[in-house]
Structure formats: structure tokens, C-alpha cells
Design a protein around this ligand. Structure first.
Ligand SMILES: Cc1cc2nc3c(=O)[nH]c(=O)nc-3n(C[C@H](O)[C@H](O)[C@H](O)COP(=O)(O)O)c2cc1C
Length: 157
């Protein structure tokens, strides 16, 4: 943890880390479409995708540390984001990363608060949060991916 704090200054490589959780894989699809679009727009950028509930939390943070930008995704659950993502965001905030951009994405059914709340939490954690986001009502259709090129342009630009 002390090392994390020491490293947190401004270190970064040409990498983007995408971290998300999901119930029914809709948010997973958005995560992978964002990854594909990063590769299309910037073939040299390393992209790593993690399911927060399945991957080792320290490993994801090591990749965030190396990244110049991150994208965080969660479906809306009970007017918020998943508790797994909430815990991870708390850890993220404690590490006080600097000079990194962030974007949010996620599926929802009716009220869809997760993306706005993710953006607010990422800003609180010290990230430069971009406006562009992806919200999909229920499982994503092709048209739900339309905003991804603009999101990626802003995230890695
Ligand atoms: C327990 C539970 C609570 C939910 N609460 C909300 C909610 O408060 N607002 C909303 O818009 N959708 C809510 N949803 C709907 C999910 O966000 C929606 O099914 C979404 O497509 C799931 O995305 P996923 O495929 O990434 O898991 C809820 C779903 C479940 C199972």
C-alpha cells in the first residue's frame, strides 16, 4: 500500500484498463466493445479488461497504475452500482491516482443511475472524468454501441 502511494504521483504507460462487473453480461459486452474500439483507434495502446468480481483486486490496481485512462462499468442495481464495484471504487480512491482520465458505462432497466454515480465517484477519486458514456437499457443492441467511438476518442485523445 505504501508503494502504491509512492508510485501514484504521475506514472503512466500507453495503456487503458477497463474494469466492470455485471449480473447478466450486458455490461460485459459494452466493456469488450470499448476495448475493441480502443484497439481500432490506437493499435499500439495496451488494453486490459477485468471483471472486478472475478479478478484479483490488487492486480487490477497495478494495471490502473500503469494506465493513462480507465473505463469503469456497472449495471444499475437498486438505484446504484453493484456493491463489488462500490468496494473497488473505494480502494481506487484511497490510492490517489493522478493525471488519468476516466469514463463510465453500464446497463440499466428503468432508472439507470449507475453511470452518473460512477462518474461522480471517479471524479471524487481524482480522475479527469469525460462526459461521454455508454448506457444501455437492458442487454445492449447494436445501436447502444453508437457512442463508443466518441467515448474512446475523448478517453485516449
Ligand atoms: C436486483 C436488481 C435490481 C435492479 N435495480 C435496478 C434499478 O434500480 N434501476 C434500473 O434502472 N435497473 C435496475 N435493474 C435492472 C438492471 O440494471 C438490468 O437488468 C441490466 O440490464 C443488467 O445489466 P447486466 O446485464 O450488465 O447485468 C435491477 C436488476 C436487478 C436484478
Amino acid at each position: 500500500m505504501e508503494k502504491y502511494a509512492a508510485w501514484a504521483a504521475s506514472y503512466q504507460e500507453d495503456q487503458v484498463t477497463i474494469a466492470y462487473d455485471t449480473m447478466w453480461e450486458g455490461t460485459t459486452k459494452i466493456a469488450h466493445r470499448i476495448a475493441e474500439e480502443i484497439h481500432r483507434q490506437s493499435p499500439d495502446t495496451v488494453v486490459k479488461v477485468f471483471n472486478i468480481a472475478k479478478a484479483d483486486k490488487n492486480e487490477i490496481m497495478t494495471e490502473v497504475f500503469k494506465s493513462r485512462a480507465i473505463a469503469v462499468g456497472s449495471p444499475t442495481v437498486s438505484n446504484s452500482y453493484l456493491s463489488s464495484v462500490a468496494g473497488w471504487l473505494e480502494f481506487l480512491k484511497q490510492l490517489k491516482f493522478k493525471n488519468k482520465k476516466a469514463a463510465a458505462f453500464g446497463c440499466y432497466g428503468w432508472s439507470g443511475e449507475s453511470v452518473k454515480l460512477l462518474q461522480a465517484k471517479l471524479a471524487e477519486a481524482g480522475f479527469e472524468v469525460i462526459e461521454e458514456n455508454v448506457r444501455s437499457m437492458w442487454n445492449p443492441k447494436e445501436s447502444d454501441f453508437e457512442g463508443i467511438p466518441a467515448l474512446v476518442k475523448s478517453l485516449i485523445g
